[in-house]
Ligand binder design. Sequence first.
Ligand SMILES: NC(=O)c1ccc[n+]([C@@H]2O[C@H](COP(=O)([O-])OP(=O)(O)OC[C@H]3O[C@@H](n4cnc5c(N)ncnc54)[C@H](OP(=O)(O)O)[C@@H]3O)[C@@H](O)[C@H]2O)c1
Length: 324
Amino acid sequence: MKAILCTRLGGPDDLVLAELPVPVAGSGEALVSIKAVGLNFYDTLIIAGKYQTKPPLPFSPGGEFAGVVESVGAGVTDFAPGDRVLGYTSFGAARQYAAVPVEALARLPAELDLDRAAGLNITYGTTYHALKDRAALAAGETLAVLGAAGGVGLAAIELGKLMGARVIACASSEEKLAFARAHGADAVVNYAGEDLKDALKRLGGEHGIDVIYDPVGGPYTEAAVRAIAWGGRHLVVGFASGEIPKLPLNLTLLRGCDIRGVNWGAWVRQKPQAYRAGLDQLARWCAERKLSGHIHAIYPLAETAQALKAITERKVMGKVILRP
Ligand SMILES: NC(=O)c1ccc[n+]([C@@H]2O[C@H](COP(=O)([O-])OP(=O)(O)OC[C@H]3O[C@@H](n4cnc5c(N)ncnc54)[C@H](OP(=O)(O)O)[C@@H]3O)[C@@H](O)[C@H]2O)c1
């Protein structure tokens, strides 16, 4: 089988396309023929050795996938050959076959295609956990989303609308903002051309912004917190800008607001049942087209480097998918 391997830490061009034997499903595992892999911003970090998870070399990037069960190992009764599944493995999916523990798999609704399913787990899963469990976002509240056209950003617009919030999408280009509006945003801010604090203060009115969804960091974080409502929640999701911001803590005192961290991977390990219930819900919503699962582009496995570069070059709207 073909596999993309990270044999030394570096950038996308350091990855190699290798030929490996097809693995065999061990006890408690299923062998999955991988049809589509969802790439994420963190794949660009994990291959550089800059992510909290540091797999031993060589490894394949790609933490989420959709495919078809080929065979099952000893003791597996809840999956059978032919089952259409999606999976979350943190890394290791950018290859044609993978033997994975069945706890990492979920069955797909018949109406959900494999490409959209491949990109559902991490972005929508993180965002559902963030808005529901961490922010307790309520209907009628105002939600501001930074990096709103990216993977988790788009998920925040769509889930925010499904949860009844008014959504303000913030991004760096008019094209991204038009995309955000087309996916449900009620108002938009181009933070490349407009001061983010002033724009959010204007759009938040006297009350302010109830929940800020922040996967970007850098100078945008403090600018957004300065427009937060009394009792607001700022969700720390990631630092795609490359800069972890430092915040004057007096802002939390003045606004009676909370800074709340989001660590979806750790939550999945701690609350596996809640994770699976949420994933089933997200897959149903995606099958019913209540969530778009929008795909920016699909690349063949051999073009993994180009796919990752589209992410680092800030070009992507929605998800990038690999098709092994
Ligand atoms: N906490 C968790 O559990 C969790 C889970 C999933 C993801 N994350 C994190 O969330 C962040 C976003 O992930 P994603 O997969 O949604 O990424 P993505 O699709 O690449 O989106 C990131 C967005 O960040 C903005 N951005 C600003 N500066 C950037 C830069 N220098 N390079 C790239 N993008 C930049 C871009 O929007 P504009 O051009 O509009 O600014 C882009 O659309 C990452 O930091 C990731 O590690 C965290």
